[in-house]
Design a protein around this ligand. Structure first.
Ligand code: GLC
Length: 654
């Protein structure tokens, strides 16, 4: 059952497509969990063993209890447990009780500004949601199980984005490929190493001066030929587009934006100036329909050159500095010049510069033209990345009505799932992020985001060979399987690890063998508004061990994964909530392993191997050992089952 309530005068985010009529909130409203609403605060009491699911892309566990999360799209590369916000703002949670007679309750707080979810952080058994602006649409959804609630919720917010199938191929990316030659070399080295490769991502270095919709012709004199040449070899190029437009006389995008008032304004009505990768920039007003369409149609520049995929970045929007605050900081430094600073002054000076980035005051000091109204950015902050991606997707429909274009974004809000996917931002090459990225998968699915993936190997800091291998064995299940890393970090293309080439080849072979299954599960998740990745508790809700499991996931309803996510381990303890058969991917082959009975078992998994477990009575398809996405053939698969198969596999394909 779905109910909608309106508090204050909310801004329409267009997250919900099928809005039910609003009811008037009654203090004694009957809900599965007791709720108290007092203006901007929503309080819900929980019992000890209740689980809180949801919140999409954020820190900590699948069970969100015990922390405070703030929905506020934030460019923060340090995804540590103490953080409250990452790149996405996904205001959907579900409460699920140990008492199976109790219904699961879903709560969606539709407000594009700052929303705080204190999930038992301050008061262990109380959820306190605070909507800073006090205006919001509240959706309460109740149903017998978490999956029922997800289906109802996703029916409200509309069908998830479907990428072109090649978006399921393995892709290489790195910030720092600076010329056509660099791209040719990546392609060549993959080929020489007999490692499959379906796409190479282009980071900001392909642009001239990091300006959107430009190409550095000195380093990419033959961009068009490069696109064609690689595409003839089955390798797509996927360029990045950033949220800020460089201020530069003679630069078309800048000049048109200024002339037509398409940029966000400051308090005085002047175009707001911030620093991002290109230096001083303006933000296109993604909330202004006309400006958004103008910016989005500019993707044509690259579509015309044969490009069929993009990633939208820095669209929280990230701010390195605002011109105003940078000026103040420099003046302060000037003041201190020649003086001997005491410790207090020294730290204050450091803080002044550190505080320039993503400064909360800056977000309050610029404005959008939203349906003719002047709206302060703070009140609609979480819509910027969503609308940027939505605009691009609408432009693709207009420009290439019969084609699917690959699109995913760093920042997002619920609603954006209809237009593209997300990657999990600037993770680090650390083991804890393997686990974190695994836990984000089901949480993102609940909120509608299905095309998802993490920077394989880790983006920041130096990766290690064993981490790469274990990351590969998890990423091979993610719809987006992309190896990406930051400038200055250890190079982590798979051919950089000559000792492990055969192991990486094995993991990629396993990936391509599983694409018929993964793509089919993806399409089912879209069709049925269901999760592709689920916590074990969704299937085994009465089993306390399954309910508490944070490092194993179900894929669709037929299989389970339990990747090794710790260093120096040759296997791990896996919990089997029922009997399941192990399929092992080794030396490019797949092997039917043993059937594990219900309970805990130590399962060996050497580096460079992967496994998946099939539920009792189910089967999954395993395809041929192909080396490119174009060679994947969902009609020539083998079905492998655990015991007698009573659940025939339903194969979906394009
Ligand atoms: C941001 C992106 C990252 C990219 C970098 C340079 O940090 O998240 O993926 O490589 O910018 O464009």
């Amino acid at each position: 059952m779905v109910k909608r309530y309106i508090f204050g005068t909310p801004i329409d985010t267009e997250a919900v497509l099928n809005k039910p009529d609003a009811s008037i909130w009654q203090a004694d409203e009957e809900t599965p969990f007791p709720i108290l609403i007092d203006g901007k605060n929503i309080k819900i009491n929980m019992n000890k063993g209740d689980i809180v699911y949801g919140l999409g892309e954020t820190v900590r566990g699948i069970n969100k209890r015990g922390h405070k999360y703030i929905s506020y799209c934030t460019d923060d590369p340090k995804h540590t447990e103490d953080k409250n916000s990452l790149y996405g703002a996904h205001n959907f949670i579900m409460l699920n009780s140990t008492d199976e007679t109790m219904e699961t309750l879903g709560i969606f707080v539709d407000n594009p500004g700052r929303v705080t979810f204190d999930i038992g952080a301050t008061d262990t058994n109380v959820i306190n949601i605070e909507v800073t602006s006090g205006s919001y649409d509240l959706y309460l959804i109740s149903g017998p199980s978490p999956i029922d609630v997800i289906k109802e919720f996703r029916a409200l917010i509309g069908k998830s984005y479907i990428p072109p199938k090649w978006g399921f191929g393995y892709a290489q990316s790195r910030w720092g490929y600076k010329s056509s030659e660099d791209f040719r070399e990546v392609y060549r080295k993959y080929k020489e190493s007999e490692l499959p490769l379906d796409a190479i991502y282009m980071d900001i270095d392909y642009m001239e001066g990091f300006k959107d919709f430009t190409i550095n012709r000195e380093t990419f004199p033959d961009f068009e030929e490069l696109v064609k040449e690689l595409s003839d070899e089955g390798v797509r190029l996927v360029p990045i587009i950033d949220g800020g437009v460089r201020i530069e006389e003679g630069y078309e995008t800048y000049e048109e934006g200024v002339k037509n008032n398409y940029f966000c304004k400051d308090e005085n009505g002047d175009d707001f100036v911030v620093g991002v990768w290109p230096g001083d920039c303006h933000f296109p007003d993604m909330l202004n329909d006309e400006a958004r369409r103008w910016f989005s149609l500019k993707y044509k520049f690259l579509l015309d050159k044969g490009i069929r995929g993009f990633w939208n970045d820095m669209n929280e929007p990230a701010i390195f500095y605002s011109r105003k605050n940078l000026k103040k900081a420099l003046e302060k430094a000037e003041d201190y010049k020649g003086r001997s600073l005491d410790l207090h002054e020294f730290w204050e000076l450091c803080g002044t510069f550190e505080g320039l980035q993503n400064n909360p005051e800056d977000y309050k000091s610029f404005y959008h033209n939203y349906h003719g109204m002047r709206v302060n950015h703070e009140d609609v902050h979480n819509l910027f990345g969503y609308y940027m991606t939505r605009g691009a997707s609408e432009a693709f429909k207009e420009l290439l009505p019969d084609e699917k274009v690959l699109m995913f974004s760093r920042a997002s809000y619920i609603g954006m799932h209809r237009y593209g996917g997300v990657w999990m931002g600037d993770n680090q090459s650390v083991w804890s992020h393997l686990g974190l990225n695994l836990r984000m998968l089901p949480s993102l699915n609940m909120c509608g985001f299905l095309y998802i993936g993490a920077d394989m190997g880790g983006f920041g800091c130096d990766t290690t060979e064993d981490l790469m291998l274990r990351w590969g064995a998890l990423s091979m299940f993610m719809p987006l399987m992309r190896n990406h890393s930051a400038l200055g970090t250890r190079e982590q293309e798979l051919y950089r690890f000559p000792e492990s080439k055969a192991l990486f080849r094995n993991l990629l072979t396993a990936r391509y063998r599983l694409v018929p299954f993964l793509y089919s599960e993806y399409l089912k998740a879209v069709r049925d508004n269901a999760p592709m990745f689920s916590p074990l508790g969704f299937f085994y809700g009465k089993d306390m061990i399954a309910r508490e499991c944070e490092d194993q996931l179900m894929i669709g309803d037929s299989a389970m994964i339990a990747p090794v996510i710790t260093q120096n381990a040759t296997g791990r303890v896996v919990y089997f909530p029922e009997s399941m058969k192990e399929i092992i991917f080794r030396d490019g082959e797949y092997i039917e392993g043993k059937i594990y009975e219900k309970g805990h078992h130590y399962v060996e998994l050497p580096l460079g191997e992967a496994n998946i477990f099939i539920r009792d009575g189910y089967e999954i398809p395993i395809g041929k050992a192909v080396t490119s996405i174009d060679a994947v053939d969902s009609s020539s698969v083998e079905y492998v089952s655990c015991n007698w198969c009573s659940h025939k596999y339903e194969m979906l394909d394009d």
